[in-house]
Each structure stands twice: as structure tokens, then as C-alpha cells.
Design a protein. Structure first.
Lengths: 248, 383
């Protein structure tokens, strides 16, 4: 059984971003493998270590620099990697088509995708990919095992969680709690350089959604200093908590 | 000329930074308060590859050069200086010497275990009466049937009692000065190999150091490293690498103190503004940044020279001198930026200062580094 695991190269949590006109300027940002996708890579590696998978293919779609995320996935235990290379900003629906084709070409029967992407916070890619493949989807997965050719999983729903089973092929979206991802060791990072990483230019795919504007959240202090003697200030505080904040 | 680190090395550096931040930094304060030898994190460092950085891949190491060694060790030291000290010793003094001088049998026997971190190596050179003057050793190795018998006391042995392999320098010929020193590899558990209580140190508490006593210890001939009388020359040949390691460690401590101070100076307000807006603090930060940068450039250049096979004794001493003095300057300045909080054990800066203090002492004091530099300068001028 072959597992495909999708990885996205996203600005790391400490990256400083700026908005320029209609788009974000990522020029000075540091990038890393999306933490949400790490759970999928880790789960794939564990399945392979347990003898349930023969090969792990890491997939990415994005600019040339995204190969770094694939190298990380290779260092974590993926066997080979494929980058669908494009500088275009493609929305999840537009990405799903070419990724589905790559999954089929790899012969994969189990696909892991992060529950949502850390950069634009979209949770659409997993469902879109399942739709494009015509496979069942198990989203927000917190437990997963294989019994023969059946996936047995637990995932979060609004009011708790539910158990779930389905025959392969399946798309699974991952999240915190599924496992504790390992970090790449130096010997494995060095070995990953020798693992195959293919690049295919992605052409003829157009975004279905156009970005019109981009702004960054502004952090502003909205503190208010209440003046006056303690009794006056406390009375005013109670009034504001009751009438304005409505927490009393 | 190119001052950028190679891309591959940057990737390794990031991985180690993340590893050290997640695994080592969170326990550093506790290890300082309640000292214990950090076996759990050392095992993880071994898996990471950090305990066999210079050892060839064929023997289970990473097979990287001194530049990589310096860059990676700095990241470990920024999280905790004790871990960097232990790593520096086991990478350097047993392994580098085994790689350079060991027989095939000796390399096969010990290198894979050391490079993987399953075993930790220790170096026994200093004695109660001989530190920098290594030729004045009193530990004796008498020839006997099939090997040697060792007697003497070693001081300040990092990982003493914990390490599984001890590289011991002892005199096989008392009348031959430095030429009478030979090197031996002793495994923990060898009868007569005993350890003192952990030294009570100012800093780096988890880098447990003890005295090592050799009481009529029998060492078979095949555990002598190199030829008889070569011990001192071998130890000196490994000094450059060791000093690059200590320079890198000092840089890591300095970097950690610098980052803490700049963060604090941006957050802490006095008289209605962040204290970094005051020139007195801004100048301190400027001096810290400048000296760290200078020390790092010297360290990387020294390592770069060594990796290209150049003799770099002067440059290594300059790096070690500058980086260790810089670490002390930066930690002291950082503590001043923190004001009263800097003096509190609840903040890391006072630990950084205590951890940094020894970097101007071990692996050759600042005074010894200056002697080495002056000697090299005179030699160059004399030519």
C-alpha cells in the first residue's frame, strides 16, 4: 500500500509579514513545513514502520522553494517526493485537481492532508481532494489504524468525537492529538538529500478565486484607565462590565 | 569572499535549534537548580547526531567539518551550556583522537558507540597540580607484562563517573618531559578506576565534573592510543578543534543572553518608554551585538581554515579568546539590562553569566590563548 502525504511550505510562526497592496509580502519570511501536515507525515511513517505501508510519497504544490518542505518530509521518513511547481496563488479547489492526478499517478490509496493550512487557515483542501478523487473523507482525525485494507479512525465532530471505518482508498485530514511528530535527525536530513525529489511544472491550472485585497490584523491596545477615587473607579468599572462588556 | 553559511548547514542548524529549544532549553533551569547528569537528553542528542559530529559516517558519525561543528554546538549551548560541554568533550577528546590515531580495532570497538551517544567519552588530562602545563603530569604508567599499570589522580574530568570511556594521559617516561606522555583508553568498570564526588561548581552544574583516581589500574597494551610518548603531541593536535568548540559554546551562551536582554529591553518600560529607547541601554545592546558578531566571524574563520587543512593555531586561539571574553561581557551586560531581575535566580541571565564564566578558563585560559597568539605572531614576524 502506498501512502501520499501532502505537505505545505508556510511562513513559520515567527515570520514577520507585511501587506503590500492586494497581497502579502512574504519576502523576508522564514518558511517551514506546515505543522498540521506534520501529523500526516508522522502517521504515514508510523504505518510504514508497522509494516502497513510499502512506500510514502510526499506531495507539495507551490513555488520552487516548497521543495524545502518536501526535504523535511523526506528527512522524517518519506521515500520520495513530488513538487507540482507553480508561482500562481491557487485556491484549494484549483489545487485539488492536479493533486488528485498526482495521487492516482503515485498509486496511493491513503492520503493525509493537514486539517487546515496554517497560512490562509483554509480547511478546504482535504475535502476538495476527496471530492476530486471520489474517495471518502475522514476529517479532523485524532486516532487512526489499519486493519487489513480498512481504515479505522476517530475524528472530532462538533459535540465530541465519533469512530469511523472505511475500506481504502480514503482521504484523511490530520490535526493535533493524532500523534506526536518526531523531528528530523541530522543523519536523516543528510540522507534525505539523496532521496528522489521530482519537480513537475504545473501549467494550465487557473485559480477560481481572485484575491482582491490583503490586510494584516492590527494589534492595538484598547486599555482604558479609570480615573478618580477607588469607589468612583470601582463603580464605573462595574457599570462598564455590566452595560458595555455585558459580562456581569 | 562569502560570509554566508552553506545552505545544507543552515538546514542542519535550524533542525538543531528547534531540537534544542524543544528538548534541552526547557530543563536547563531545573538542571542548574538540582544538578544531575542529563542522560535522557544526551540520548536524544545522540539520536540527533550531535555526539558524533566530526566522526566519519563509516563509524556512525555525521562526518561533518569544524564549521558545522561550531555552528551546531553553538545552538546546543544557546539552550544549555552544560549539554554543550559534555558534547564538546565526547566529540573531541576521545573521538577526534580515535579517528586520527586509533588502530582499526580501536575505532571499530569504540567509535560507533561514542558517535551514537550510547557511550559518552571523557578526557583525563588536568591534575591537581597541572592544568595548562600538561607536560608536568604526575600520573604514571609503568610497563608490565601485556600492558601497563596506571597510578595517579586526574582533576576536573567532565562526565567523570558517568562516561563509559576515559582517555587518560600518563607518563610512561618520567625523564622525557612532554615526550614521555602516552595516551590510554579505559572503560568504566576497570578495576582501580575510581571517581570522586561531583565538584561544586559556579555554573554548568549538569556538566558533572569529578576527580578520577587511578589506583594500580591494569591497561592492556591494545588500549594504548598511538605510540608510546605520543600522548602529549596527540592531545595538542586536538586542542585546536577543542578550542573551536569552546568558542562556539561561548557564542551560544552569549547569543542566548543577548536575545533575552533585547527582548526585555523592548518590553520593560521606565519613565514612560521601553528602556531600549534610553541611550545607556541602546549602547549596551550595540556593543553586545558587535562583539558577538566579531567573535562569530573569528570562530567561523578558524573552523573554515581547519576544514581546508590549514594550520590555524593562532586563529583558533583568537577565536577562543574573543568568544569567551565576549560571552562574559555580554552576560554581564545582559544582567545589567535586566536590573534587579537579572540578579534573581528566577531569570536565566544570572545562570548564563555563571555558565559563561568558565569559558575563559577551560580548554586553555585567556592568558594561555594570548601566549599562543603572541608566539605565533613572533614566529610569523621572524620569518
Amino acid at each position: 500500500m502506498i501512502i501520499a502525504t501532502y505537505v505545505k511550505h508556510v511562513p513559520d510562526a515567527e515570520a514577520r509579514l507585511s501587506a503590500a497592496g492586494d497581497r502579502l509580502d512574504l519576502g523576508d519570511a522564514g518558511f517551514a513545513l506546515d505543522g498540521m501536515d506534520e501529523y500526516g507525515v508522522e502517521q504515514a511513517v508510523r504505518l510504514k514502520e508497522a509494516g502497513s505501508a510499502a512506500e510514502i510519497v510526499a506531495l507539495a504544490l507551490g513555488p520552487a522553494r516548497a521543495d524545502a518542505a518536501l526535504r523535511t518530509a523526506l528527512a522524517l521518513g518519506a521515500d520520495r517526493a513530488l513538487l507540482l511547481e507553480t508561482d500562481a496563488d491557487l485556491d484549494p479547489l484549483a489545487q485539488a485537481g492536479p493533486l488528485a492526478a498526482a495521487v492516482r499517478a503515485a498509486g496511493a490509496e491513503l492520503v493525509f492532508v493537514g486539517g487546515k493550512q496554517a497560512d490562509w487557515d483554509s480547511a478546504a483542501l482535504g475535502p476538495a481532494l476527496a471530492e476530486a478523487l471520489g474517495w471518502p473523507l475522514c476529517d479532523w482525525t485524532t486516532e487512526l489504524r489499519l486493519e487489513g485494507r480498512e481504515v479505522i479512525a476517530v475524528h472530532d465532530v462538533d459535540d465530541g468525537s465519533e469512530g469511523w471505518r472505511a475500506p481504502l482508498p480514503v482521504v484523511v485530514t490530520t490535526q493535533q492529538g493524532l500523534n506526536e511528530p518526531r523531528y528530523p535527525t541530522l543523519p536523516n536530513i543528510m540522507k534525505a538529500k539523496r532521496k528522489p525529489l521530482d519537480r513537475q511544472p504545473l501549467e494550465g491550472v487557473e485559480a477560481r478565486v481572485a484575491t482582491l485585497s490583503a490586510t494584516l490584523p492590527q494589534r492595538a491596545r484598547r486599555g482604558v484607565r479609570l480615573e478618580g477615587d477607588p469607589v468612583t473607579a470601582a463603580t464605573e468599572l462595574a457599570r462598564r462590565l455590566r452595560d458595555e462588556a455585558k459580562v456581569l | 569572499m562569502d560570509f554566508a553559511l552553506p545552505d545544507d548547514l543552515v538546514t542542519l542548524q535550524r533542525a538543531v535549534r528547534e531540537f534544542a529549544r524543544r528538548e534541552i532549553a526547557p530543563i536547563a533551569a531545573e538542571l542548574d537548580r538540582e544538578p544531575r547528569y542529563p542522560w535522557t537528553t544526551l540520548r536524544k542528542m545522540g539520536e540527533m547526531g550531535l555526539l558524533g559530529i566530526l566522526t566519519p559516517e563509516t563509524h556512525g558519525g555525521l562526518g561533518l567539518g569544524h564549521l558545522a561543528y561550531a555552528v551546531l554546538l553553538e545552538e546546543v549551548a544557546a539552550a544549555d551550556a552544560s549539554h554543550a560541554t559534555i558534547a564538546s568533550v565526547t566529540n573531541g577528546m576521545p573521538q577526534a583522537l580515535l579517528v586520527a590515531y586509533g588502530s582499526d580495532a580501536q575505532r571499530l570497538r569504540w567509535l560507533p558507540r561514542l558517535a551514537s551517544g550510547a557511550w559518552i567519552g571523557a578526557f583525563c588530562l588536568s591534575e591537581p597540580h597541572a592544568g595548562s602545563d600538561a607536560a608536568a603530569l604526575r600520573t604514571r604508567a609503568r610497563r608490565v607484562e601485556g600492558g601497563y599499570r596506571l597510578d595517579g589522580t586526574k582533576a576536573w574530568v567532565t562526565s567523570g563517573g558517568e562516561a563509559q570511556l576515559y582517555l587518560v594521559l600518563a607518563k610512561t617516561d618520567v625523564d622525557a618531559g612532554a615526550r614521555g606522555v602516552s595516551a590510554f583508553l579505559l572503560e568504566k568498570g576497570t578495576p582501580g578506576l575510581e571517581f570522586g564526588a561531583p565538584e561544586r561548581k559556579m555554573g554548568q552544574h549538569a556538566a558533572v565534573a569529578t576527580a578520577v583516581r587511578l589506583d594500580d589500574v591494569f591497561v592492556p597494551e591494545e588500549q594504548r592510543l598511538g605510540a608510546e610518548g605520543e600522548g602529549f603531541v596527540m592531545a595538542m593536535s586536538a586542542l585546536d578543534g577543542g578550542r573551536v568548540g569552546i568558542a562556539a559554546q561561548a557564542l551560544g551562551i552569549a547569543q542566548a543572553a543577548f536575545e533575552a536582554a533585547t527582548r526585555y529591553a523592548a518590553e520593560r518600560e521606565a519613565f514612560g518608554q521601553p528602556i531600549r529607547e534610553f541611550q545607556g541601554i541602546g549602547f549596551k545592546i550595540a556593543d553586545m551585538a558587535t562583539r558577538i558578531d566579531a567573535a562569530r566571524l573569528l570562530t567561523h574563520r578558524a573552523a573554515w581554515l581547519m576544514d581546508r587543512g590549514f594550520r590555524a593555531t593562532k586563529e583558533v586561539s583568537m577565536a577562543k579568546l574573543t568568544a569567551s571574553e565576549t560571552a562574559n561581557f555580554v552576560c554581564d551586560a545582559a544582567l545589567q539590562v535586566f536590573g534587579g531581575y537579572g540578579y534573581s535566580a528566577d531569570y536565566a541571565v544570572e545562570r548564563y553569566l555563571r555558565d559563561a564564566r568558565v569559558t575563559t578558563i577551560y580548554e586553555g585560559t585567556s592568558e594561555i590563548q594570548r601566549i599562543v597568539i603572541a608566539r605565533q605572531v613572533h614566529r610569523e614576524l621572524g620569518r
